[in-house]
Write a protein that binds this ligand. Structure first.
Ligand code: ARG
Length: 391
């Protein structure tokens, strides 16, 4: 029997997909769950559900380190934030797709399947990668059959498919962030209930004392937190914990999806907000005005490419080269002050600092203030000519 590789989470969509692929497409299903830092219980649940579904082979692939070093590190250097959302789900998808392709090649499969619906961004992200990086056919059972959630549940019941999930919300989680949507959150008029948050303490219950965190960067990448050097993967975990207990990184936004829909999205991204804010604070110290302006422009474009499923667009790689070159001076230490949801830089130091303390000082006598006269006189020359003409 021909094989299909299914990117599998054990949730409703992908669980239903297993049976649909077997019954409608007459394929043997191999399930793949890529570990990018979702909770252990979820990985175990995926394994368990795969077993219950009598899937012959199930893979759990640990891709956490690769995710941190080859994806999140780039996201930090680029300050990859889309409409206020530090890209967590979006930046993990290309890696998940790549790992699924690897298994499809190993298993000699004829196709790759995913459980995305026709409403979101993830269908674009999986398929763009599979199309540009392989020749596998793609099957999207839920979208192809235009199934609603209720129809999926009915199908599951009819086929005695075990449904472990009693979750109300649709949640996606990896080491870089947690995104929560659906149920009562669909209506932007409803305030998110406290129960949806897992990584962040509510501001009223957060630390009563200010907490300071020292982040050290080398070439734009965090290498130490509170003076302790550690691999990025571990550092992100520590950052999530410290920022989370100070209520940093709760985002409630109306997002513009690729399909044109506006959607209400909630994110918990404590570590991402802490590390990207610190990174930007350091950039302000070491990059020139023009570099900062251009970095901001690249950042917006970069985030847009990642969000819109264009990780393999050459411009993303071109920008990585330019960003890496710029980041060679983004080394140093930043102290961030956290308190009940706020996060601000209070100290920055770098051997590449362009800030000249002697020249900026009010006590400076060396630079003669009179020298400015000529420069001032001609500043705004065109505006001055225009205003006089106007009179
Ligand atoms: N809106 C975000 C994105 O497109 C996150 C989607 C995550 N999915 C979920 N079921 N919460 O990147």
């Amino acid at each position: 029997m021909d094989k299909v590789i299914l990117a599998f989470s054990g949730g409703l969509d992908t669980t239903v997909c297993v049976k649909l692929l077997e019954e409608n497409n007459n394929l043997e299903v191999v399930t793949v769950c890529v570990d990018v830092g979702q909770p252990k219980e979820e990985l175990e649940k995926a394994e368990k559900v795969a077993k219950q579904l009598n899937v012959k082979k199930h893979y759990t692939i640990d891709a956490k380190e690769e995710f941190a070093n080859d994806y999140i590190a780039k996201g930090i250097k680029a300050n990859a934030v889309y409409e206020g959302y530090p890209l967590s789900t979006a930046i993990a998808r290309p890696l998940i797709a790549m790992k699924t392709i690897e298994i499809a090649e190993k298993e000699n499969a004829v196709a790759i399947a995913h459980g995305c619906t026709g409403k979101g961004n993830d269908q674009f992200r999986f398929e763009a990668v599979i199309r540009s990086m392989s020749n596998f056919d793609i099957i999207a059972p839920i979208r192809e059959l235009n199934l609603t959630r209720t129809e999926e549940i009915d199908y599951a019941k009819k086929h005695k498919i075990p449904l472990s999930s009693d979750k109300l919300y649709s949640i996606d989680e990896n080491i870089w962030g947690r995104s929560i949507e659906g149920h009562i959150l669909e209506d932007p008029a409803n305030e998110p209930p406290e129960e949806i948050y897992k990584w962040t303490t509510a501001p009223v219950d957060a630390n009563e004392k200010v907490e300071k965190v020292i982040i050290e960067f080398e070439k734009g990448v965090p290498i130490a937190i509170n003076e302790k050097k550690m691999p990025l993967l571990d550092l992100i975990g520590v950052a999530n914990e410290i920022a989370g207990k100070n209520s940093v990184g709760r985002i409630d936004t109306i997002e513009n999806r690729m399909v044109g829909l506006k959607s209400r999205e909630i994110y918990e991204v404590p570590g991402a907000i802490l590390l990207i804010s610190a990174h930007q604070a350091l950039e302000e110290l070491v990059l020139t005005k023009d570099e900062l302006l251009f970095a901001e422009f690249m950042s917006t474009k970069y985030a847009d490419l990642v969000y819109t499923a264009l990780w393999h667009e050459p411009l993303r790689e071109d920008m990585d080269q330019a960003i890496d070159y710029m980041q060679r001076r983004v080394s140093g230490k930043v102290v961030m002050k956290l308190f009940k949801g706020s996060v601000i830089p209070v100290s920055r130091k770098s051997k590449y600092s362009l800030h000249d303390i002697d020249q900026i000082s009010f006590e400076d006598k060396e630079n003669d203030q009179n020298e400015m006269e000529g420069m001032i006189k001609h500043h705004g020359l065109q505006a001055s000519i225009y205003q006089k003409l106007n009179k």
